[in-house]
Write a protein that binds this ligand. Structure first.
Ligand code: FMN
Length: 147
C-alpha cells in the first residue's frame, strides 16, 4: 500500500544576512535544491517569502515530508520555525509544482500580518488553515497570470 499523503505547513524567520540581492540569490539556491530533490521524493508544495518570513507547504508521502522537513529545519538560512500543521490529507493542493515560489508580485503587502503570536488568540490548527489559504490564493493568482 502506498504510504499516506501528508501535508506540513510552517513559517519561519529569515536569517539570511545582507540585502535583497543576497536574499534573492539564496532563495534561488533553495528553489534549485527543491527542483533537484523534491521530484524524487514525490514532494510538491509552495514557498512564500514576505517581510522577513518564509512560509512553506510540503506535501507528499509521510516519510518524504518528514525527512525533507527535518533537513530543512536544520538549514541556517532560517530559524524560529513554527509548524502549524502536520497531518494526513486526502489530496494535494499544489500538485503542479515541485516547489512554487509565490508572492513576488505582492511584496508591497504584509501577507502574513495576521498570522503569528501577535494576534493573541487562535489555535495552531486555525493558523495553519489560514496560512494555507493565503498560500493557495497566491497560487491561484499566479496560475491566472500564467494562463
Ligand atoms: C525556507 C527553506 C525552504 C527549503 N525548501 C526546500 C525544499 O523544498 N526542498 C529541498 O530539497 N530543499 C529545501 N531547502 C534547502 C535545504 O535546507 C537544503 O539546503 C537542500 O535540500 C540541500 O540540497 P542537497 O542535499 O541537494 O545539497 C529549503 C531551505 C529553506 C531555508
Amino acid at each position: 500500500m502506498p504510504s499516506e499523503l501528508y501535508r506540513c505547513v510552517y513559517y519561519s524567520k529569515n536569517l539570511i544576512a545582507g540585502g535583497p540581492a543576497r536574499i534573492a540569490e539564496e532563495i534561488e539556491s533553495i528553489l534549485a535544491a527543491a527542483r533537484r530533490n523534491n521530484p524524487t521524493l514525490q514532494v510538491t508544495g509552495a514557498l512564500v517569502f514576505n517581510r522577513g518570513l518564509f512560509a512553506q507547504v510540503l506535501e507528499g508521502p509521510c516519510p518524504s515530508v518528514e525527512s525533507l522537513f527535518e533537513k530543512i529545519s536544520r538549514d541556517e538560512r532560517h530559524g524560529d520555525i513554527q509548524v502549524l500543521a502536520f497531518r494526513a490529507v486526502p489530496e494535494r493542493l499544489f500538485s503542479n509544482w515541485s516547489m512554487a515560489f509565490l508572492g513576488r508580485s505582492r511584496e508591497d503587502e504584509n501577507l502574513f500580518g495576521h498570522i503569528g503570536p501577535q494576534t493573541g488568540f487562535s489555535t495552531e490548527r486555525l493558523e495553519g488553515d489560514r496560512l494555507l489559504e493565503i498560500v493557495r490564493n497566491l497560487a491561484f493568482e499566479e496560475e491566472a497570470r500564467a494562463a
